[in-house]
Ligand binder design. Sequence first.
Ligand code: 4AD
Length: 466
Amino acid sequence: ISDWTKVEALNDSLESKWVRIRGVAQTIRAVGKKMAFVVIRENGFTVQCVVQVQPDQVSPQMVKYVTALSRESIVDLEGVVSVPGSPIKGASQQVEIQVRKLYCVDRAVPTLPINIEDAARSEIEIEKALQAGEQLVRVNQDTRLNYRVLDIRTPANQGIFRIQSHVGNAFRQFLLSEGFVEIHTPKLIAGSSEGGAAVFRLDYKGQPACLAQSPQLHKQMSICGGLGRVFEIGPVFRAEDSFTHRHLCEFTGLDVEMEIKMHYFEVMDIVDRLFVAIFDSLNDNCQKYLEAVGRQYPFEPLKYLRQTLRLTFEEGVQMLKDAGVEVDPLGDLNTESERKLGQIVLEKYGTEFYILHRYPLAVRPFYTMPCPDNPAYSNSFDVFIRGEEIISGAQRVHKAEFLEKRAAACGIDVKTIATYIDSFRYGAFPHGGFGVGLERVVMLFCGLNNIRKTSLYPRDPLRLAP
Ligand code: 4AD
């Protein structure tokens, strides 16, 4: 046989067929000297394989060899698919393989720092197991991240990173179909692009430089250059000192910038259609991965409307006030008030995904366009999933002199962004855009409680490895 079958594809339509698979030996259980059960896992899907002594087919030595394998070793095996009479516990696929040949491709060390079965259990399963007096080690987050190559092997993590890949692809496909151009901007830049102190500074051949806090300046410059509509998927660096469930020092930014003809609502229209397309695509194409995540971390599917709800910041403040939460009408919302507003919006409008726009100018970056009718506010917006921010966006200032003034007013050293400001002196298109945090989208779509779960190798103030 030349083909390999994927564990995921094993079902009763293959009954009596000869298959060849490669996977990880998740558990190995001997039953006397003549039989062993091996659960093989591939991409989070598992199948029970039976190695039983049979004259001319399977020798007692082979059973002995299998029994001595270490967990998590990589094995190739060949055999015949069978359908047992009763449901199989402890494997995702409801067929077995009667093994005829088995080779160990690579042997794992005998003692592992993480037991994958334990690491894959939900809180409810852990509680039940502990109550039943089972010996199990609760795997904490730091241990998981220290041994991430093992932790990634759980079905939930296999799902999370496939979902993440799907979000990036759906983002790219939608924007390409709308005439956007994918760009790649430098990550080594001369100064801060978002203002504030959260910048990783470095020495660039004797010149002070930093890691880009966003592609903001260069994506805007690309619009000045006449590219019309651009997007980028790339790393974003923030020297965050915050130890929160939603801040990383490096994350993946999904950035968009586009010419606008009349109004910043044109940018919000793209957000609206883009995210409805991404969510629909996840629900249509990633069900098995979403289920794998939900088995370990139970969550409700995201509630979103066909046309995304838009509220002004002032309306949001009023809704909070009506609910007894006082916030500064010209300040920013803190995490708690954002959550509270999310709950109010869900109760009132039945959606967990919405846009809040017309933010106070004082809480937005220097490049944000003030509202023409009231400069205390700005042509800007944030977007929320389940009460937490995933996007911020705005129309940008496109007049060089005004931009210079705004940068200086926000305490930015204009010299460090001189080439950016100059690019608006040669005739600049009115434009706007937004930035999305990929890890946050996946975290919140899946109702997860920590961004480290959706970052493959997270970087936070205390973590630079693996
Ligand atoms: O709100 P931010 O800082 O906005 C910008 O970077 C602008 N240049 C975007 C624009 O086009 N106007 O970041 C955008 C998004 C946030 O909404 C959040 O989802 C994510 O990036 N984000 C982070 N994700 C993980 N860790 C952090 N430290 C993040 N900071 C922002």
